[in-house]
Design a protein around this ligand. Structure first.
Ligand code: CS2
Length: 488
């Protein structure tokens, strides 16, 4: 079968949407760090919608860790398929907004030179929570992180996202070029302000004057939302059948997409609103809503669901007790902590439950379970802090935290090994090994991870009682029985 490339676009089968602009006229205006599946299903699609009218906003992607995206897209002229899936079918669309992918490890100088050039006016990021090298409980730069230590000693050859951003910004100052706006599209709380704090700190550690200059750079916050399961070989075969060509890395996603952006781009931006984005003054209420409702539910379903033997989120949604649990978590525990004038939170919740039910998405509980130590603070713990302050119960959120503690032991209910992927995995499994089958000891050991729980939660009695009781129940009677008790 022929490979997807610019040459086949003119003859793409009917029903396959292709770029509606002349790609040879498109020039780079955006560098995106972390060119993974999420970016390709989300921002790159919005930009693809706009290039016909604004060809100066093409994207050059960079991968900071692995060269696999470059290897997949380079032979395809940067083209790839987004397959939008639901019960009614699959709609393929070929995206052309990514002009090129650079591998930061082997093409670092090219990447830094491009980031320092005046044509680049936005640098956006999806490097996942752990890519910011920060302490998730406080949102501060982790100065002991090995990549940060490396980058502070090797300014011109950075490995980390903060190191890359600061080196490119420093080169711009030296050349008298105005800074680009830095736009994080990751699920961090207050992502604009958080990334600004991390990057400014890194710059100040390099040099105080550089820190002051970086403090004036624009870091617009964003709320991003689209569910993007990892691509499988079966997905590749399905897409090849639809587009009549082989695509090494098509992206699977759902019909829903949302993007709320703080309108703070001193050097200009594409008309994102024309592609459906909402431009607002303050994005934080939207972020909080999404992190607590969608992602809080997702993580709770991921740990409990995985342990109960459910492979996909749609399988979890087939269990009425789990649906009751998640409905209750959102309605009784998360919604009262949100202040969203003009937004119908009940309708938002119902739409989320429908999205979770999407049978065509095949979103693995194991995928969402990854990197829990980086995700829990903004997804569950912030909500719990608000509930504690209000003196209100948080049984379902507490069960979510307990399920994470049960999951990171690395052994499931049948005694099988769990492939726990997390920057703290080794430490957590050592804590679990020390605790043995003592649930209380396991609770104390894991709650002592202050980079996750802070010192306040670790020392909070109500928090400890709720989580440790659920954890004990997960060991004693198992996941399904515990969920049934909590909802019953
Ligand atoms: C998920 C998110 O993997 C995860 O942790 O909760 O990637 C989620 O699918 C997105 O935030 C949806 O916008």
């Amino acid at each position: 079968m022929t490979r997807l490339s610019a040459a086949i676009l003119a003859n793409a089968p009917a029903g396959v949407r292709v770029p509606d602009y002349d790609r040879s006229k498109v020039t780079p205006g955006i560098v995106h760090l972390g060119i993974g599946a999420f970016h390709r299903a989300h921002m790159a699609v919005y930009v693809d919608d706009l290039l016909k009218d604004s060809p100066a906003w093409g994207i050059v992607g960079a991968s900071l860790r692995r060269p696999d995206t470059k290897e997949a897209l380079a032979p395809q002229d940067g083209l790839y398929t987004v397959a939008i899936r639901d019960a009614a079918g699959t709609h393929p669309r070929i995206i052309g907004s990514i002009l090129k992918v650079l591998d930061a490890n082997t093409e670092r100088e090219d990447l830094l030179a491009l980031m320092a050039s005046p044509q680049i006016r936005i640098v956006s990021l999806t490097v996942t929570e752990k890519g910011y090298c920060h302490d998730p409980a406080t949102g501060e730069l982790d100065q002991r992180h090995p990549d940060i230590v490396h980058d502070l000693a090797n300014h011109a050859a950075p490995k980390s996202a903060p190191g890359m951003l600061v080196e490119a910004l420093a080169r711009r100052i030296a050349a008298g070029i105005a800074p680009f706006a830095v736009m994080s599209c990751d699920n961090l709380p207050s992502n604009g302000a958080t990334v600004k704090r991390i990057v400014t700190k890194f710059a100040a550690l390099r040099d105080a004057a550089l820190g002051e200059w970086v403090a004036k750079v624009a870091f617009p916050g964003t709320m991003v939302d689209r569910i993007v399961p990892s691509t499988t070989d079966a997905d590749r075969a399905m897409v090849a059948g639809l587009i009549g060509a082989e695509d090494a890395w098509p992206i699977m996603t759902e019909p829903f997409t949302q993007w709320v952006i703080e309108d703070h781009f001193p050097e200009g931006r594409p008309a994102f609103e024309k592609a459906g984005a909402q431009l607002v003054e303050d994005v934080e209420p939207f972020e909080r809503m999404k992190l607590r409702m969608l992602n809080g539910s997702h993580s709770t379903m991921a740990y409990l669901g995985y342990l109960a033997g459910y492979e996909f989120i749609s399988d979890v949604m087939g269990d009425p007790d789990f649906v009751k649990l998640i409905h209750g978590l959102m309605t009784e525990e998360a919604m009262p902590t949100l202040d969203m004038p003009g937004i119908d939170l009940g309708a938002y919740r119902d739409q989320l439950l429908d999205r979770f039910r999407n049978p065509a998405l095949q979103h693995r509980t194991w995928q969402i379970a990854m990197d829990g130590s980086q995700k829990l603070p903004q997804r569950l713990l912030g909500t719990i802090r608000d509930r504690l302050k209000a003196g209100e119960p948080f049984e379902r959120l507490g069960l979510g935290v307990a399920a994470w503690m049960r999951y990171v032991t690395g052994i499931d209910e049948k005694g099988e090994t769990i492939d726990v992927r997390d920057p703290l995995a080794m430490r957590m499994m050592a804590i679990a090994a020390d605790a043995g089958d003592d649930a209380e000891a396991l609770y104390v050991g894991l709650a002592g991870l202050t980079e996750v729980f802070g010192t306040d939660l670790a020392e909070n009695q109500a928090f400890g009682e709720t989580v440790a009781t659920h954890l004990d129940s997960l060991f004693e009677v198992g996941v399904k029985e515990t969920v049934a008790e909590v909802v019953g």
